[in-house]
Design a protein around this ligand. Sequence first.
Ligand SMILES: *Cc1c(COP(=O)(O)O)cnc(C)c1O
Length: 460
Amino acid sequence: MKERSYSIGGYSANVADLLRWDRLHYWHPFTQMAEYEPLIFERAEGCELIDIEGRRYIDGVSSLWCNIHGHRHPRIDAAIAEQLERVAHVTALGASNPTTIVLAKKLVDLAPTGLEHVFFSDDGATAVEVALKMAFQYWRQSSPPRPEKTLYVAFAEAYHGDTLGAVSVGGVERFHGMFRPLLFECRRLPTPDSYRTPSGVRGEEVCQFYLDQLEAVLRAEHLRIAAVVIEPLIQAAAGMIFHPPGFLRGVRELTRRYDVFLIADEVAVGMGRTGRLFACEHEGVVPDFLCLAKGLTGGYLPLAATLTTARVWQAFLGTYAAGKTFFHGHTYTGNPLGAAAALATLRVFEEEKTLDRLPAKAARLAAHLERIRQLPHVGDVRQKGLIAAVELVRDPETKEPYPWEEKRGFLACRRARDFGVWLRPLGNVIVIMPPLSIELDQIDQIGKAVEEGVRFATSW
Ligand SMILES: *Cc1c(COP(=O)(O)O)cnc(C)c1O
């Protein structure tokens, strides 16, 4: 098997070469390379990944929350091939192309009413950077100008990407703490966690408790605050922390009352994940900025979008000499191949009635989660649409976490691989986030694999 030779782009390599070069030359993100055991996926079909030794795994986390309609979807493959016959890339700086224009129009049609202008970039982090900088520049150019509005409000455990602006509003200590000296000022609110709730606060009061904290900051400092940045409904990278129902709506009401922008980072929760195309729809919220990436191209190509309102757009208009231009952009902004993949992804939502078919799949997953909830050391299971999490704890009574160094989540996912399911955890949280095109029997296989993984990882 190890001698099997591949021709890759005209170069040849056998399996042993690939395993060696992967460790030696390819520095992987969020990966301790000293402990890295190569796992090399060579191809995929629908919801299955196939490694270089021919083993098949269900893609239980949608290749890091990106894949929506499965891998090698004929409609998306064809759209990219068709675009290649026209052009792969043209610049968006002072120029355009039909595919990206139509995508902008389509996103505006589908997004919550009032988001009328689309600024493209490449990744989730850049989509957030764009929103942060646009909000900042808006307040300098608004009439009257409010240049003192330079502060951001964000939540503990928030994750908005890894560029420095996104890290400044990020709050995952283990990822971001190191970089504090490089970051700009941000007001940090407690994570609106509906599992680990504040002591003495119960039920309906939990939402109001967190909203009161936001209001206190806004009341004191709204004249200096440019925007509140939030992951709507679910703080994904934090470990799929669910906000109390009604929280997002409350945040929208407060930000409106205090004239502070709301930046909704739907990089993880957008594109149908939660059962609606955009998570904000669940609470009837229209943010001032909506950030999309990950699933936007169905998990095919890097493309991101930051949508905003006419109010923001207007403040940037004027003669060139007036100096109101948004001097920001990335070389591959609005790339037509990415736009073609995104348009095809939206089309498949219509053709396959993806969202209509989701409740049955979510219900099937829920049944497995209820069974898994009964296992010892399962502190919580949570789910919205096809985002689910199983949190392992040392003591379910006190919710005391396992020490992160014990890698319980990792061990559970490692075990799940023996049952043909590939998962990637977040600390002690097992994340289940398959493509929306997953079939019911594949959900059953995931449920079984997670159960085995939990049993294994909590057996000592
Ligand atoms: C993944 C993620 C990002 C960062 O996206 P990249 O494409 O990795 O830069 C930003 N925000 C949220 C909520 C995410 O889940």
